[in-house]
Design a protein around this ligand. Sequence first.
Ligand code: BGC
Length: 835
Amino acid sequence: MPEPVHPDFDVDDVLRQLTLDEKVALISGSDAWHTAAVPRLSIPRIRLTDGPNGVRGTRFFNGIPAACLPCGTALAATWDPDLVQRGGVLQAHEAIAKGASVILGPTTNMQRSPLGGRGFESFSEDPVLAGEMSAATIRGIQSTGVAATVKHFVCNDQEHERQSVNAVVSERALREIYLLPFQIAQRDSRPDAYMTAYNKVNGTHASQNEELIDGILRKEWGFDGLVMSDWFGLYSTSEAIRAGLDLEMPGPTYIRGTLVKQALGSGRLLEFELDLRVKQVLKLVKKLLPLGIPEGAEEGTVNTPETALELRSVASAGIVLLKNTNSVLPFDKNKSTAVIGPNADFAAYCGGGWASLKAYYAITPLQGVRSKVPDAEYTLGAAGWKKLPLLSRLTKACNGLPGLDMQVFLDPPSVTDREVIDSLYIDTSDIFLADYKHPRITSNLFYLELSGTFTPQETQVYEFSLSVSGSGKLFVDSACVVDNETVQTPGDSFFGSGTVEETGRITLHKGRAYHIELRFGTLPTRTFEVSGANPLGAGGLRAGATPVLDPRTEIEKAVSLARRVDQVILCAGLNGDWESEGYDRSTMALPPGTEELIAAVVAANANTAVVVQSGTPVSMPWLYAVPAVVQAWYGGNETGNAIADVLFGETNPSGKLPLSFPLCEEDTPAFLNFTSERGRTIYGEGVYIGYRFYEKCKRDVAFPFGHGLSYTSFKLDTLALRDAGEYLVLTLYVANTGIVDGAEVVQVYITQHNPSIPRPIKELKGFKKVHVAAGQTVEVTIQILKKYATSFWDEHRHAWVQERGRFTARVGNTSASTPLAADFEVSETTWWNGL
Ligand code: BGC
């Protein structure tokens, strides 16, 4: 092993010593999660890891568990940058435990539509809230010495055709809505790295977009760190290097390497242009050396009581009490309680895709409630799943644990006496082999056999399922129940490289031990081609199983339980199969059957609180009938505890919506322009996204941006505004007029009087969360940079303009109610660029 490089090494000096091959190696990853090393000069490779809601480490397959924070929208719903910053610190400690010095997060894209598959990962429909939450996360991560990577720069706001779609967006909307959160993050937290988006922006892919990377990011905002591509999101060699894209990820390279040398040879690229990129990689390595993380560090965990406490406080602070007629909530622990619904006995702790991770543990709402009300009764009520629940929760492996035994072969099942090259126990039947490694495996073609025992508790018909990126069959006592080998239908599983979920049914008898077997061939055995899908190694499989349910009987059981108890907690919502990277949602509706369940249960017991878990809004046609509704997002490991804390009043809810909850998708600003049409998506709503649209068009929403109730009441009073040159300083008093302690979010919106071009009615420009004890009053001061509060983007001058004239600061606790107002003036029209 070479001596570690001196932490103070001179970057330019090292750059001078590098051979061309070494330079070329440094600007591409060496594998999925590492940069390249230069052993000769003791430059180590550094490890990168996802982000944004936890640190997965380097292994999807049989990975090391991690702390899962609430999803982006849940974090933003806290409106508490200090708390979110602590979440960043927690993530960084997890990264260090996993030997990683770069976190791939936060996600700073915007929610143009509630249907966006990754909306849950992003923070908000408002650029100021999204920017401040991004900055807080980055400050937290980087306070430990770990690097944050703000992503995806820019306009990766939908999943449909995300690598080829051209986001056609006006210069003004790009600046005021989509770039602004990155600009604020840059201004307030100086991220060490940026990740470019997959898509094109106005005709040029973000990863080779000189105007965005070299122009806006580096020259205009003064960013002097590393820009990396999204995974497989680099589409050119010379153009991207010249545009300022430093690091191709993942490795090994597919578009640099020898192509860079060829470009140099042909003069399409000059060596100094290459050097600029190499230098940024070296600078980042140097910056991260003080962390002292050894190369190839073992991956560990930080599963401590402190981690759990921190996760619980972040999760409960983001829960939003949407409705609470007649103070139905909080519920009483001493009353008889029913917990009903598809999300009750299931921990929807994070969304799907690369943001997902194996949590140390995940508390279900039912567990959370039972920790307070041990004899709370439960029934399912309706199946809320998109894909069948995992088979592995029903089967037992040889060691007696829930899960399956997995054997690996180089030969297909047709080869008799084929050799088992690896045997292992796995606790999940959702298996993604992208990073499975074995010394005998030298290609992506190999075979698995997974087996376990299932002993049903009732005699009934069971449904089994199998979706694969590869090919496979599922057998119950040697009868083939699901065949996803001979006939395959392309679907959206495994990031678009897999099939639809195939299902099959069989009657199983109570008490009998059935042998369940899955035979799987890896990705090269797939019988169809998918053009453009990213290389995903050996593919994977997902097997589900559940008793076949009669929807009417389930609802009847729920109704009869609801009638027997004093209070009902109905847990509805989505999960990581409905909301995931890779595809967008097709509707805002809850899963089939849930709306009927809610209607029936509320009719049976009016003392019902509906808890919705989703990362983005769902439609609530049942809202008028339900007295209490709680938006609980995906809350990470402590999901169920945080929900129960709020339901029983141990936490007074203080979350506020970071995005509007429209009545239906047809009402949303991007409704006509969301998916890619022949390769382009027109951002036709311009700057009018979210509440900017609903307010301008006077369109009713189910719940407005910034809305959220409490178990106490607050009064905002006596606003004073001081124009202190660069800053506007607002002061006011917040009184807690109720009998429990609580927290309120003061929101400041700005309106320009008679602007020279149409502007939104008002825009959020500042906010502060304040904790106020019952009966107390606190003085709140909010300071806002005046130029950010007043300016819009002038497309003639390609600059922000702060126009001379009058403005009003409107202050309240939701966008729908801003009772306090104060005017101020801008005395001279000025234009500005930069931060
Ligand atoms: C995602 C990124 C992620 C990367 C690595 C991509 O598919 O878009 O957000 O960081 O994969 O997992």
